[in-house]
Design a binder for this molecule. Structure first.
Ligand code: PGA
Length: 251
């Protein structure tokens, strides 16, 4: 049985003060929540403060990106060791916004994924097609290339320590959610690709989140699909009540 995982991707939102207030709003309902794994991913500047607020709770901390090196002359970057020091358990890698605006390729994402795993961080590896690619009938080839490229060279143990997020780019922040059938179809495809890369039994153990305009009104239906094991939530994670409602819909 795969335990569902609901993660909030706060993106470039939340000052330290706002982040603390949001966590304070989540804690009454989620601090002792055990049925679903809950993760919050604040911006780097709020990680330390949120980490302190989460101590002793059942909510895990994640980052939104990292460099693959331990340290060095990489102005503006943050290393896996720095994230570990703040008790991050997860790190989102290869989000479509990183791929689009910061030109991250599958090869770069793969380096980061391997670095994260070697530091004991669980990567949340994002894949997804654009609207243009969907309309051109390229979903299968785009997803196959991204999954194979981003996860190349991992051991079975490492893929089981990773989470994959299917985020159709056309559904991110647009209010347009994939239908549960559309999402399920791609989740099943991702599991099939993992079965070919590793083996089908290993693929059965890997958690695959859906992301893209997930909200309380559509979460339950998406999360009831057989291959959808959680959500990566952007906009609806910025308000305590909607994030709590989505986490509860995953039970
Ligand atoms: P959204 O973002 O929920 O605001 O669509 C999801 C994401 O980009 O992770």
């Amino acid at each position: 049985m795969r335990k569902k995982i609901v993660a909030g991707n706060w993106k470039m939102n939340m000052t330290v003060a706002e982040a603390k207030a949001l966590v304070a709003g989540l804690k009454p309902e989620l601090a002792n929540f055990r049925e679903v794994e809950v993760v919050v991913c604040p911006p780097f500047t709020a990680l330390a403060a949120v980490s302190a607020e989460l101590q002793g709770t059942n909510i895990d901390l994640g980052a939104q990106n990292m460099h693959w090196e331990k340290s060095g002359a990489y102005t503006g970057e943050v290393s896996p060791e720095m994230l570990r020091e703040l008790f991050c358990h997860y790190v989102i890698l290869g989000h479509s916004e990183r791929r689009t605006y910061f030109h991250e390729t599958d090869e770069i994402v793969n380096r980061k994924v391997k670095a994260a795993l070697s530091w004991g961080l669980h990567p949340i590896v994002c894949v997804g097609e654009t609207l243009q690619q969907r309309e051109a009938g390229e979903v299968e080839s785009v997803i196959t290339t991204q999954v194979r490229g981003s996860l190349a060279g991992l051991s079975p143990r490492e893929i089981l320590d990773s989470v994959i997020a299917y985020e159709p780019v056309w559904a991110i922040g647009t209010g347009k959610t994939a239908t549960s059938a559309q999402a399920q179809e791609v989740h099943a495809l991702i599991r099939k690709i993992l079965g070919q890369m590793f083996d089908p039994a290993v693929a059965q153990g890997v958690r695959i989140q859906y992301g893209g305009s997930m909200k309380p009104a559509n979460a339950r239906e998406l999360l009831s699909m057989p291959d959808i094991d959680g959500g990566l939530i952007g906009g609806a994670a910025l308000k305590a009540d909607s994030f709590i409602a989505i986490a509860k819909a995953a039970i």
